[in-house]
Design a protein around this ligand. Structure first.
Ligand code: COA
Length: 412
């Protein structure tokens, strides 16, 4: 079966997480992703957070599956010549270096267009044009500057970063959308174009419900927030604890036996109120004027969830999940990474995949969460550093003696 992006060649100049997460998706869709890495060292993450000495870290292996690795010193003269040939041969180029790094190598957008006018040149940077455009940015900086940290956590605590890598992998997903749109437009225009994603913008896009709340705040307190009715609201959207960002209130509730992840998130839909009260043994609240309607519940939402928690603590999270789902009450257990790693249903769907690596043995990685019926993803291991250098250079027309010379000169 052919793959959706078969025939598309990607010049992958990415490192760390944001860029690699984008080219990872392109590779899963069947593009030939050529990861260009500094000779002798490679992507810095190969060595970061290592669990086994001298073996590519899981940080690297879990972001770079299905790709080919080519080592190339882009700053050497012959390296620039090889890189020029790669630009000629590829459809998409992706990079997430610090601002200006590719320009300093001599490959400005104008130069890239001269070499290959059909090239789609995609970049992730920390910020868009403006005061901060030259800053280097990592995940948590983006979470802080994109509105996530100020709105995450509890009122009583400091701004909090979230484990979900919304700055890095979140930007990567945005970049993929731009690359695919540009490929589609190239079908009609015949021209490539630049695709740019600023991590701050990507995080803000993912936090748009909080920008919504900032505007709602002008018209009074945010009644679904834990600060209502007894706390105070300042001029900015406060941290909402467990409150849902949507229109239906929800909360994390404790379950038995009381371990660190024995919790379940329960949402109260208006139509589910009566059933929920019957399940927890509070039929008296089904039609009670202070409780029966969403508006009536708003002034005492915390008490409301506390009542439900009085029932959830008597059951395990799996029992609560089973009972409430049988009544169509939306809820979901808090699952630990251990539980997710061991969950047979996630293995069955390919959400979690085990792959073999020549140096580390088998490891777990995530599968492609985007399913295409005509382009199924087969998750493959990440490449060793420079594993495909000679193979790719031969494809570009270099002879074995050219390759040997480049190797001797430290170019590859
Ligand atoms: C992530 C980040 C902070 C890392 O910074 P860093 O480790 O200092 O690395 P840089 O991006 O500054 O650049 C690496 C250097 O290696 C060089 N380099 C990279 N690949 C090379 C190659 N194949 N051959 C020769 N040199 C190479 C670059 O040219 C650059 O050199 P220069 O500074 O002399 O121009 C920075 O890349 C960044 O801000 N990126 C944009 C935002 C982003 O994606 N952040 C999230 C990362 S998950």
């Amino acid at each position: 079966m052919t793959k959706a992006l078969e025939g598309i060649r990607v010049l992958d100049m990415t490192h760390v997480q944001s860029g690699p997460s984008a080219t990872q998706i392109l590779a899963w869709f069947g593009a030939d992703v050529i990861k260009v890495e500094v000779p002798g060292r490679g992507d810095i993450t190969r060595q970061q957070l290592r669990d086994i000495p001298d073996v590519d870290s899981l940080y690297f292996t879990m972001l770079n599956g299905n790709k080919r690795s080519l080592t190339l010193n882009n700053k050497a003269e012959q390296g620039k010549e090889i890189f020029t040939k790669l630009i000629e041969a590829c459809d998409v180029m992706v990079e997430n270096f610090a601002p200006g790094a590719l320009d300093r190598m001599g490959f400005t957008w104008e130069r890239i267009q001269e070499i290959n006018p059909r090239m789609i040149y995609a970049s992730v940077k920390g910020f868009g044009p403006g005061a901060y455009e030259n800053c280097k940015v990592y995940e948590n900086v983006a979470q802080c500057t994109g509105g996530s940290a100020s709105t995450t956590g509890f009122d009583s605590g400091p701004p909090t970063v979230t484990a979900a890598q919304i700055g890095d992998s979140g930007s990567g997903i945005h970049l993929v959308a731009g690359i695919l749109a540009a490929l589609l437009q190239r079908e009609k225009s015949g021209r490539g174009q630049r695709v740019e994603v600023a991590m701050q913008d990507a995080v803000l896009n993912l936090c748009r419900v909080k920008l919504r709340d900032q505007q709602r705040l002008r018209h009074g307190p945010l009644k679904e927030y834990p600060q209502y009715p007894n706390g105070t609201f300042g001029e900015a959207v406060p941290r909402a604890g467990h409150a849902s960002g949507g229109g239906q209130p929800g909360h994390v509730l404790e379950c038995a036996p009381g371990g660190p992840n024995d919790y379940i998130y329960v949402i109260i839909q208006p139509q589910g109120w009566a059933t929920l009260m019957k399940v927890i043994g509070r039929e008296d609240l089904v039609d009670h004027p202070d409780w029966a309607t969403p508006e009536g519940r708003l002034p005492h939402l915390e008490t409301c969830f506390h009542l439900i928690e009085g029932w959830t603590v008597t059951k395990t999270k799996s029992e609560v999940m089973e009972i409430l789902n049988a009544h169509e009450i939306p809820c979901g257990p808090v699952l630990s990474m251990k539980e997710l790693a061991e969950d047979p249903s996630l293995r069955a769907t390919g959400a979690v995949v085990e792959v073999e690596h020549p140096a580390r043995g088998s490891y777990l990685t995530v599968g492609n969460p985007i399913k295409l019926s005509d382009s199924p993803t087969e998750v493959e291991r990440s490449p060793l550093l420079g594993e495909h250098t000679a193979e790719i250079l031969r494809e570009l027309g270099y002879s074995d003696s050219d390759i040997a010379t480049a190797q001797e000169g430290g170019v590859i």
